[in-house]
Write a protein that binds this ligand. Structure first.
Ligand SMILES: CC(C)(COP(=O)(O)OP(=O)(O)OC[C@H]1O[C@@H](n2cnc3c(N)ncnc32)[C@H](O)[C@@H]1OP(=O)(O)O)[C@@H](O)C(=O)NCCC(=O)NCCS
Length: 175
């Protein structure tokens, strides 16, 4: 069973990797990567729930060795919320996360789309990636991460952030 099985766009090739829809049979490999890269990994049930949402976009990055990365994005009203993105440890820093995001923007297909996410303040690699992608910090969620009480930075990628302002970001706050 694959997500959005009726009108699924074809897979797209990026240098060294193919990006296609994530589906239920991928989940054992997703869980294995998730446990390698996150201190508090998502459960299988969380991935199943996200895959079951018809309005979401969930992508897999695959190379000749199998699944190497994934991204989960949910739509809430008019906003796309990137819930999870990860690349396996030995495949990082090759542009795979950027390829996943590029395919997300393409599938959303609206120039006015707004994307948001939360990221640990200490996650310099991810913050660097998101800033390169046009995301800007626009708020803080205090003690968002229960494992260590760390704050989350709330980041947005919108037409305004791509133009250098926060004008269309809802309720921007101190960062
Ligand atoms: C964040 C993550 C998804 C990025 O995946 P990736 O495929 O390595 O990303 P890319 O190769 O597209 O880009 C990585 C960028 O970070 C940069 N980078 C690498 N190490 C860095 C460091 N120590 N400090 C700052 N930037 C760093 C790379 O140079 C690259 O940027 P550049 O292209 O401008 O040079 C991956 O590191 C990961 O899975 N981390 C663990 C899970 C996680 O934290 N997910 C995000 C949760 S919000």
């Amino acid at each position: 069973m694959s997500q959005r099985s009726t009108a699924e766009p074809p897979a797209r090739r990026f240098p060294g990797v193919e990006i296609r829809a994530l589906s239920y049979p991928d989940l054992p490999q997703v869980i294995a990567i998730e446990r390698r890269v996150f201190p508090t990994p998502w459960s299988l049930a969380m991935f199943v729930l996200e895959l079951s949402k018809q309005s979401g976009i969930c992508l897999a990055a695959v190379d000749e060795g199998g699944l190497v990365g994934y991204m989960i994005c949910s739509r809430y009203d008019t906003v796309w919320h990137i819930m999870n993105i990860a690349v396996d440890l030995d495949r990082q820093q090759r542009g795979i996360a950027s390829a996943l995001l590029a395919e997300l923007y393409r599938r959303v297909g609206e120039e006015t789309a707004r994307f948001t996410l939360e990221v640990r303040r200490s996650n310099a690699v991810a913050i660097h990636l998101y800033e390169r992608e046009g995301f800007r910090a626009a708020g803080t969620r205090r003690r968002y991460y229960q494992d260590n009480g760390e704050d989350a930075l709330v980041m947005w990628r919108t037409p305004a952030t791509l133009g250098g302002t926060l004008d269309d970001v809802p309720n921007p706050g101190p960062v």
